[in-house]
Design a protein around this ligand. Structure first.
Ligand code: SAM
Ligand code: SF4
Length: 319
């Protein structure tokens, strides 16, 4: 049994029905699979202080044929906060009903674009954004009918140079449908985007974010922005992820973080060793030590969570 971990991000599958341009899904192993019951059982019973399981990785979790059995299995042993991230394409009426009846506490729906053209160019040629919009509306209607407040239904967009002019429309959509929260996140460090360290676009972002906050306020939407990059900043802020959280992919590899899912960074495989053995391996111990002493391990290079310490002085992202 492990006492340290309180939060696990569990990848249910690395299969996906979309091929988003900037997602590492395209680069992950060609062998696509689903998380097994055994893996779910290990997660639900192997961690004494587990409080939160987030069902998401590099793939579409709603493709898992036993998704609702997995959710039941995870909530069977003790009270856990369960959440999921989905691309929204598989939210049929019957799936929405099951989601609302399930023990999920939160569902994040990825919505990066407000125009059909950019959606088709960057997310999927074979699906329509309009359909995703109607799926989201269906989920909200079904939850409203049951008068339940759970799961929380959020929208999430990865901020990029391509969608900068579409965010305002997504806030209007969120307001119209009374979405619980809408938040923007950054691309992971592997993607060469303008909004990554070294490539600064502050003036543009600054004026846009003032406009977005205003629209969110007028539309009564809880809206939040990610940390923005600071060029050439070696200062590190505390990241506690390695001390209390893990990412486990559908093959059982224990990886440092949801932003670093490349197999080469795996600390070990949960089917081959106990988590206690993996936790005390030299590589894992040294990685935690580095991070706790403000020296970033190699996989943290360019991570925006770490390199944003100077930001609040320039740009107050909590407002
Ligand atoms: C990898 S997806 C998996 C879940 C589901 N398929 C989806 O798209 O919501 C999880 C989240 O990561 C985001 N994402 C995709 N590529 C990313 C990248 N390179 N950096 C940061 N986030 C990314 C997606 O937009 C989504 O919100
Ligand atoms: S972001 Fe999600 S939907 Fe898009 S390719 Fe990656 S896993 Fe699939």
């Amino acid at each position: 049994m492990c006492n340290q971990i309180n939060s696990i991000q569990l990848e249910l599958t690395n299969k996906c029905n979309f091929s988003c341009k900037k997602c590492s899904h395209n680069a992950t192993s060609s062998f696509k699979e689903f998380a097994s019951h055994k893996l779910v059982e290990i997660v639900s019973t192997g961690f004494n202080n587990l409080k939160h399981v987030h069902l998401s990785g590099i793939g579409e979790p709603l493709l898992h044929p036993e998704l609702f059995e997995i959710i039941s299995c995870l909530s069977k042993h003790r009270k856990l906060f369960l959440s999921i991230t989905t691309n929204g394409s598989l939210l049929s009426e019957s799936i929405c009903e099951k989601i609302v009846e399930s023990d999920l506490g939160m569902i994040d729906i990825s919505l990066d674009y407000s125009s059909e053209v950019t959606f088709n160019q960057n997310i999927s040629k074979n699906y329509s954004l309009n359909k995703i919009h109607s799926n989201i509306a269906t989920l909200l209607e079904i939850r409203a009918k049951t008068q339940k407040r759970k799961p929380k239904i959020n929208l999430v967009s990865v901020l990029s140079t391509v969608n900068l002019n579409e965010i305002a429309n997504i806030i209007f959509f969120a307001g119209k449908h009374k979405i619980d929260n809408y938040y923007l996140i950054n691309y992971n460090p592997q993607v060469n985007e303008v909004y990554t360290p070294g490539n600064i676009a502050y003036p543009e972002l600054q004026s846009k974010s003032i406009e977005w906050r205003q629209i969110a306020k007028e539309n009564n939407i809880n809206f939040s922005l990610p940390p923005f990059p600071v060029a050439d900043c070696d200062e590190i802020i505390n990241c506690n992820w390695l001390n209390n959280s893990i990412f486990i992919n559908c093959r059982g590899d224990v990886l440092p973080c949801c932003l670093r899912t490349d197999d080469v960074y795996a600390f070990g495989n949960i089917f081959e060793k106990s988590f206690a053995e993996i936790w005390s391996s030299n590589y894992y111990v040294q990685s935690r030590k580095s991070l706790n002493e403000n020296r970033s391990p190699p996989f943290c290079k360019n991570c925006l969570q770490l390199h944003n310490r100077l930001l609040p002085k320039m740009f107050d992202r909590n407002k």
